[in-house]
Design a protein around this ligand. Structure first.
Ligand code: 5AD
Length: 346
């Protein structure tokens, strides 16, 4: 196979012919099987706070959205969710939130310590842009991994999506490199089908996945949220525009597997929200991880990042049903933390 440089990636994104797509999906599936195997590591997702100070133009948790009731879990509730992850046999718990100032560095460090001591699970944090000293302290407290999507590698589009926060503009790519230097396994990713996004910029995103040597890659469709400014933006329909159609998202996911053969790639909730069967499709074209949602329902319904999110987590993929869902696909739950460097086939 020819090396996948930017031009080759762009050519594959442009080739929407169904037979080419099917060949791409088969190729990604074969690479996934050879490189990370049939075991599917499970990450229990706990959405600990929907409070956010940021104003990202696409996100339903953005601060100016006053109509959304804000909720923050107590530490004891988070720990109970982590215990449930352990009882269900999951290897990792993911603690995710908006950029909530009440989640102080000390509070999170203490939470990480208690989750690790109480469960022994790998801990992934997904808490937005944070100063390096804070990330260092959380790593010292026992956090293993950090997720921070760069969302798009197009600088002009990025600026339209991300008004700077209280600490001014942050270069997420530089921050990902800092996280790596601090000893985290790092995850990033993008939304597909953003207004103004082109196929060329998706090719650049894929090149960046490779350049950053990502351990984890999350790819999902952009889903317009009616209570956000970006929802009103026209979405291009030209041949060079990215769209959020399932096949486009799955093509980006499959190419992510080809450029980063041993990365952990989840079948994302946003794909599940876009249509039934798409989570299974993702697992058949490169994805190898599932992140069942363990957030208690009364918090989950308020974690309204994009339409359909809270419900998508459940249909057919409830935490207790995962093993059966995977068995139907000829796969099995992974055991152990399921990190990048774990042996094949755990
Ligand atoms: N549609 C799809 N994904 C979204 N995210 C945020 N808002 C949306 C949306 N409207 C994704 C972003 C973020 C992750 C937590 O959720 O990629 O990093």
């Amino acid at each position: 196979m020819a090396p996948l440089d930017r031009d080759a990636l762009l050519a594959r994104l442009r080739d929407r012919d169904p037979a080419s797509r099917a060949a791409l999906f088969r190729e990604a599936d074969a690479v996934r099987r050879a490189r990370v195997g049939d075991a599917v590591p499970l990450r229990g997702l706990v959405e600990i706070s929907n409070v956010c100070v940021r104003r990202c133009t696409y996100c339903g948790l953005r601060a100016p959205r006053t109509g959304l009731p804000r909720r923050r879990m107590a530490a004891a509730e988070v720990i109970a969710c982590a215990q449930r992850a352990r009882e269900l046999g999951f290897g990792t718990v993911v603690l995710q939130a908006g950029e909530d100032p009440a989640l102080s560095p000390a509070f999170v460090a203490d939470l990480v310590r208690r989750v690790k001591d109480g469960t022994g699970l790998a801990v992934t944090l997904s808490l937005g842009e944070q100063p390096a000293d804070v990330l260092d302290a959380w790593r010292a407290a026992g956090a293993d991994r950090y997720l921070l999507r760069f969302e798009t590698s197009d600088p002009a589009l990025y600026r339209r999506l991300h008004p700077p926060g209280p600490r001014g503009p942050v270069d997420r790519v530089a921050l990902l490199r800092t996280l790596r230097d601090l000893g985290y396994e790092i995850g990033s990713g993008v939304m597909v089908g953003l207004p103004g996004q082109t196929l060329a910029s998706l090719a650049d995103d894929l090149v960046l996945f490779q350049a950053l040597d990502l351990d984890m890659i999350g790819v999902g469709p952009y889903r317009p949220h009616p209570d956000t400014p970006l929802a009103a933006a026209p979405r291009g329909r030209g041949p060079e525009d990215a769209d959020a159609a399932p096949d486009t998202v799955l093509a980006v996911l499959a190419l992510a597997r080809l450029v980063r053969p041993d990365a952990r790639i989840p079948s994302t909730t946003a794909l599940g929200a876009a249509g039934p069967g798409l989570r299974a499709d993702a697992l058949a074209c490169g994805a190898d991880v599932v992140m069942p949602n363990l957030t208690p329902p009364r918090y989950r319904s308020r974690y309204d990042v994009y339409p359909g999110k809270a419900r998508a987590a459940e249909v057919g993929w409830a935490p207790e049903a995962i093993a059966q869902a995977l068995a139907r696909l000829g796969r099995r739950p992974g055991r152990g933390p399921g990190g990048r460097r774990d042996p094949l086939g755990v």
